[in-house]
Design a protein around this ligand. Structure first.
Ligand SMILES: C[S@@+](CC[C@H](N)C(=O)[O-])C[C@H]1O[C@@H](n2cnc3c(N)ncnc32)[C@H](O)[C@@H]1O
Length: 226
């Protein structure tokens, strides 16, 4: 039997936790996220990309550095994260093409059909009703927009979750290890994500597939007739 989800707080608004998250080294996985997006969606070069749940904005900054013409709207509900993101963007030299927006989905005050691609890393497991997330992806992306969403997959048991934490984060700060463990317990399984896509009527063009022992990815395009 699948282990039930244990939800975790939605918005990461504790300044200490946000800072610990921003200081963690996700450079390898974040650069891979950006490189894979660029490889999968070359037509998005120079276009408008939306990042849902950008945290400290490491991914939007890397994306703007990798494509000198792309522009990114980076959204997060957490004031603490937006402040960290603001500092990082100013330091990065790409501030002209990374626009920050503090807002909580669903119902973001952003233009419907306004984006050529929607990307998101590690936020779905924070969202209590995942339909809210897929609704925003569908509403804010243009018809045929690229979709590149990645998150953790919930393991079968708490012991499996603990083993994953020890395998990949043994030397990290305890706050981060706890956060990782709680995120694994809050994550959606691949079957749950595919059911969400079906419910959102996105399943004909989008599918979740496992891309590592602990992550799934949804890569594809929004339907042309949404
Ligand atoms: C684990 S962090 C991931 C940050 C970033 N995407 C990354 O890969 O480093 C999840 C982020 O989603 C944000 N978040 C959670 N629920 C949200 C919502 N409903 N609307 C906007 N942001 C949300 C949290 O505040 C947090 O910054």
């Amino acid at each position: 039997m699948t282990m039930p989800r244990t939800p975790e707080p939605e918005v990461m608004d504790d300044p200490k936790a946000a800072e610990a998250y921003a200081e963690a080294d996700f450079s390898e996985s974040n650069q891979a996220f950006v490189d894979n997006f660029i490889k999968a969606f070359p037509e998005c070069s120079g276009k408008r990309v939306l990042d849902l749940g950008c945290g400290p904005a490491d991914i939007p900054i890397r994306l703007a550095q990798a494509d000198s013409k792309i522009s990114i709207t980076a959204v997060d509900a957490s004031k603490a994260m937006i402040e960290l993101a603001q500092k990082a963007i100013l330091k990065s030299g790409v501030a002209a093409r990374v626009l920050l927006h503090q807002g909580r989905l669903p119902g973001l005050m952003l233009q419907t059909d306004g984006f050529d691609a929607v990307v998101s890393n590690s936020i779905l497991h924070h969202i209590p009703d995942p339909a809210d997330f897929w609704y925003e992806v569908k509403r804010l992306g243009k018809r045929g927009a690229g979709v590149w969403v990645l998150d953790l997959a919930r393991p079968d048991s708490p012991d499996d979750a603990q083993a994953i934490v020890e395998t990949y984060s043994a030397d990290e700060h305890q706050l981060l290890k706890d956060d990782f463990y709680n995120s694994l317990l809050a994550a959606y399984t691949i079957d749950e994500v595919n059911a969400q896509l079906k419910e959102a009527e996105l399943h004909e063009t989008l599918e979740a597939v496992m891309v590592s022992d602990r992550h799934w990815a949804v890569a594809g395009r929004l339907p042309l007739d949404v």
